[in-house]
Design a protein around this ligand. Structure first.
Ligand code: IPM
Ligand code: MG
Length: 363
């Protein structure tokens, strides 16, 4: 790859283990960039709890503006006990949701692969794991996460009631299912659309639109699965899935579940993409306050998210492949953080990836 203009990456380290894992991801990006002649510059901004402490807002305008102007955004995690008061008017998670919405990132790609060397790190039996290589495409800017009305109110005569609303338009379903179909065409050609169409009106719309969209993609075979059955199949026979497309909340829940197949939630990367503009790259794990600041967190989810960033936003598939190969090699060689039953710290795991990267032969 020839050296072009600098790619601009906004870094939102955020809360908890966010800064620790993002530091390793950044160092790995630099190592890969040096190998392939990519130039990256970073702009650190605030989000989540640290942003609330500094500015009173979870997503300061300055952060959103910087993200809009960037080629990509690399994020660690948001949230923590310090900001967990359920009655607080401002919460760290609002920063993340505002960023997703503000950048129009309607599709969240969460690849789940059971690495052969990590089969023993999962509580599931190895035969349930071998061959697992699936991609969850989670709708990210609609559904119950963003539904209105949303309220908490006193009920006349006593008590309190809370209300969230689940809304989907056909256009919202169409664009995310179409993306899932395009991605499936480059994989094994199968899309499983997950819904709760036996109960929810929004799911019946989802299913109808998904069927229409898939009909326009003859190379793709679509099937439908109810979310409760999907939750079970992820444990019993996940190798049967190729691309799974689903709504915002179902995707949130199913991907935490699916992470168990990989051995640890610390392994799972994600890319959030819109129709245009910068993508957002973040591990799917949370801020892990129990281990924050102790140098114990697994940085591989963040590092693999950075690889997705090189592929989807920085026009550098060679750098992405290099990082993914390095992670594979060092996992194969037995590098393990505590979540995977090992003893490496965050920085040691990052260093192991960079050493493996330096050993990947030039293509
Ligand atoms: C995720 C997280 C977020 C979500 C939280 C932190 C708001 O769980 O990215 O999966 O629910 O989307
Ligand atoms: Mg989640």
């Amino acid at each position: 790859m020839s050296a072009g203009a600098d790619k601009r990456v906004v870094v939102l380290a955020g809360d908890g283990i966010g800064p620790e894992v993002v530091a390793e991801a950044r160092a790995v990006v630099d190592a890969a960039a040096a190998r392939v002649g990519l130039r990256v510059c970073y702009d650190e901004q605030l989000i989540g709890g640290v942003a609330i402490d500094a500015t009173g807002e979870a997503l300061p305008e300055r952060t959103l503006d910087a993200c809009r102007d960037a080629d990509a955004v690399l994020l660690g995690a948001v949230g923590g006990p310090k900001w967990d008061d359920p009655n607080a008017p401002v919460r760290p998670e609002q920063g993340l949701l505002g960023l997703r919405k503000g950048l129009g990132l309607f599709a969240n790609l969460r690849p789940v692969r059971a690495h052969p060397a990590l089969l023993d790190a999962s509580p599931l039996r190895p035969e349930r794991l071998s061959g697992v290589d699936l991609l969850v495409v989670r709708e990210l800017t609609g559904g119950i996460y963003f539904g209105t009305p949303r309220l908490l109110e006193a009920v006349p005569g006593g008590g309190t009631r809370a209300l969230d609303t689940m809304v989907y338009t056909d256009a919202e379903v169409r664009r995310v299912v179409a993306l899932a179909c395009r991605l499936a065409a480059g994989r094994r050609g199968r899309v499983t659309s997950v819904d709760k169409a036996n109960v929810l009106e929004s799911s019946r719309l989802w299913r109808r639109v998904a069927t229409e969209v898939a009909a326009a993609h003859p190379a793709v075979e679509l099937d439908h699965l109810l979310v409760d059955a999907a939750a079970m199949r992820l444990i019993t026979s996940a190798a049967g899935f190729d691309v799974v497309v689903t709504s915002n909340m179902f995707g949130d829940i199913l991907t935490d579940e699916a992470s168990v197949l990989t051995g640890s939630i610390g392994m799972l990367p994600s890319a959030s993409l819109g129709a245009r503009g910068p993508g957002l790259y973040e591990p799917i794990h949370g801020s892990a306050p129990d281990i924050a600041g102790r140098g114990l967190a697994n940085p591989l989810g963040a590092i693999l998210s950075a690889a997705m960033m090189l592929r989807h936003s920085l026009d550098c598939p060679a750098g992405a492949a290099l990082i993914e190969r390095a992670v594979d090699d060092c996992v194969q060689a037995g590098a393990r953080t505590a979540d995977l039953g090992g003893s490496l710290g965050t920085a040691e795991m990052g260093a192991a990836v960079r050493e493996a990267l330096a050993r990947v032969p030039a293509q």
